[in-house]
Design a protein around this ligand. Structure first.
Ligand code: PHB
Length: 358
């Protein structure tokens, strides 16, 4: 039998029963003080048959937040909230990582403590409008002396994630958030050790990864990258050089997986038309497990694994709308249709009430 989505795989010390990963998705339903609610525990536990769940992007400090109603992982109340989530997933036999997040320059100022100015590598204002329809503000470039505190915020979040009972963590290096803002030269115009060459632009990502490995061990740390995504007004003059370097250095650090967003559908939210796929190159640069994301379904996911392009595939909307996605794919059952109006924010409707097969 060939290897496909339904083949088990070892992920560091974990054995996953299949290679279908629930991708991290912001659902904007967090309770007071950025603490996950019991509804989040129900939502994730419903999806515990995934080979791995990667929980939604979660700010590593109050200053790392960008949007209303997203969760945090920097205090004991948040640890307790997340503990109910991990307990519920484990009780159903599942495995769950947490995605560690700092949004950097794209934060809504109104969600930051004391209305702080968002920070980024450089004072480069994102084009376009925030989801609330406002202009972005021009961020403040982080001082060189502040960079260690950013690394410490991730270390602190990683430690709290461990206390909350996660099986591991994913560092969010994608989608135009802080670490990606440092990586790509459209947003990074620094002239110090954190800007300029690809090695300098990758320095913050690599320092954060080392700090998180200190807490978790390399076998429980993954990193997510989105080399070509233009989401959040991102660009790089030479993505192949930038991301091949990052993948090689992450490989040297020995992280357990690299999660690459490379849309295969042109209507995908992260799609950029007319670019050559970069994942095959990154696979050559990275010795660990490669997880691909970007509009896959059962057929294309199986094909990517069978061809050796990927070891695992993460699915966003399909897991959002189908708690029993693994079973549905196994049985070739129809999928529930997504309801766009309940994706961000709201209550149990569109969150925990997508039906399972009888
Ligand atoms: C979002 O809230 O829309 C969002 C969050 C994290 C991502 C991408 C999108 O990586």
């Amino acid at each position: 039998m060939s290897t496909d989505l339904f083949s088990p795989i070892a992920l560091g010390p974990l054995t996953l029963p299949n290679r279908l990963v629930m991708a991290p998705m912001t659902r904007s339903r967090t309770g007071a003080a950025d603490t996950p609610t019991d509804l989040a525990a129900t939502y994730y536990a419903q999806r515990a048959t995934a080979g791995l769940i990667i929980a939604e992007a979660t700010q590593v400090s109050a200053l790392a937040k960008g949007y209303p109603l997203t969760p945090g992982i920097y205090n004991n109340a948040q640890v307790a909230g997340w503990r109910s989530v991990t307990d519920a997933v484990h009780a159903k036999g599942g495995r769950i990582f947490l995605q560690l997040w700092h949004v950097g320059r794209v934060a809504l100022q109104s969600v930051l403590p004391d209305n702080a100015l968002p920070v980024g590598p450089s004072a480069v204002k994102p084009a376009g409008k925030t989801f609330t329809g406002e202009e972005y503000v021009t961020p403040r470039a982080l001082e060189l002396s502040e960079i260690p505190s950013i690394v410490e915020q991730y270390r602190n979040g990683a430690g709290h994630a461990k206390a909350a009972g996660f099986d591991g963590v994913e560092i969010h290096g994608a989608n135009g958030y802080l670490l990606d803002q440092f990586l790509r030269d459209g947003t990074n115009q620094r002239t110090d050790a954190y800007g300029g060459s690809e090695a300098n632009r990758a320095r913050l990502l690599l320092e954060v990864t080392e700090a998180v490995i200190d807490v978790w061990g390399k076998e429980r740390v993954g990193v997510r990258l989105s080399p070509f995504s233009a989401f959040n007004d991102m660009r790089d003059s030479d993505p192949v050089t930038t991301f091949a370097y990052a993948a090689r250095k992450l490989s040297d650090l020995g992280i357990v997986y690299l999660h690459i967003i490379e849309p295969i559908n042109s209507d995908h939210i992260m799609a950029v038309p007319g670019v050559e796929p970069i994942a095959p190159l990154l696979r050559e640069s990275f010795q660990g497990i490669v997880m691909l994301n970007g509009g896959y379904n059962k057929e294309t996911g199986n094909a990517a694994i069978e061809s050796g392009a990927a070891d695992m595939i993460s699915f966003g909307i399909p897991f959002l709308t189908n708690p029993d996605l693994v079973r549905r794919y196994a049985e070739n059952a129809a999928l529930n249709a997504p309801d766009q109006s309940t994706m961000y924010g709201g209550d149990a409707h569109g969150y925990t009430d997508y039906p399972t097969l009888a």
